[in-house]
Design a protein around this ligand. Structure first.
Ligand code: GRF
Length: 223
């Protein structure tokens, strides 16, 4: 019994804890939860936290036995107050990595500094192009021939920070934002789990402000 207990605690210390933040349907969160289980990552999704009580993804998380919490931004007078409470709730789960998956809030510099190099985001454009909202509409309006998504570490500057992985898709004649977004989303569901897996496996190495895969695995997915 003693031996088993010891082994169990040793295994637990190797398991990285993830907290995933969502605001809506949570399809990227779902892809990460499923890949973590299916591929046996040395990681556990400790909690899914939403700033919206009606976020669709909360039901999926609860159905998979994952703790859920809501920190409703509408209940706070300032971004600072909201972020302070969000940090308190997140840190209650002692995560190694915080994953923003369709989390639609601008974060304060205090928040991003607190989670420096352990906060990931996915943005639906080929950064540094099209930071902010309505990325697919803007790419189509500009006549871009290529669109995509970027997984990056989060810094105080919106939609900046070291790029972990990008996925690129062609913009097709006749594409509207919905069609392009659906094509990009399929690849988001590949590059985000892969990026998180690299983090939990300690496969990401920093070179100044840039980040690379330890063994040179491709950080670009082309469809
Ligand atoms: C994704 O397109 C993601 O890139 C963006 O918001 C969307 C979230 O979708 N940040 P979901 O909630 O993961 O389904």
């Amino acid at each position: 019994m003693r031996g088993r207990g010891t082994r169990h605690s040793a295994d637990s210390t190797l398991m990285k804890k993830l907290v995933i933040l969502i605001s809506g349907r949570g399809s990227n969160m779902e892809a990460i939860v499923k890949a973590c289980a299916a591929e046996g990552w040395p990681a556990q999704v400790a909690a899914v936290i939403s700033n919206r009580p009606d976020a669709g993804g909360l039901a999926f998380a609860a159905a998979h036995g994952i703790a859920t919490a809501v920190v409703d931004h509408k209940a706070f007078a300032s971004r600072e107050d909201f972020d302070a409470e969000l940090m308190r709730v997140i840190d209650g789960f002692a995560p190694d990595l915080v994953v923003l998956a369709g989390f639609m809030r601008i974060l304060t510099p205090g928040f991003t500094a607190h989670y420096a190099r352990r906060l990931l985001n996915i943005h639906p454009s080929l950064l540094p192009a099209f930071t902010g909202l309505h990325t697919h509409e803007r790419a189509i309006e500009m006549g871009c021939k290529l669109a995509g998504a970027t997984v990056h570490f989060v810094t105080a500057e919106l939609d900046h920070g070291a790029i972990v992985m990008q996925a690129a898709v062609p913009v097709l004649a006749g594409d509207d934002a919905a069609a392009l977004s659906a094509r990009v989303l399929k690849l988001e569901h590949q590059i985000y789990p892969r990026s998180v897996r690299w983090f939990v496996e300690d496969a990401l190495v920093w070179d100044g402000d840039r980040v690379f895969h330890r063994d040179g695995a491709p950080q670009l997915l082309l469809s």
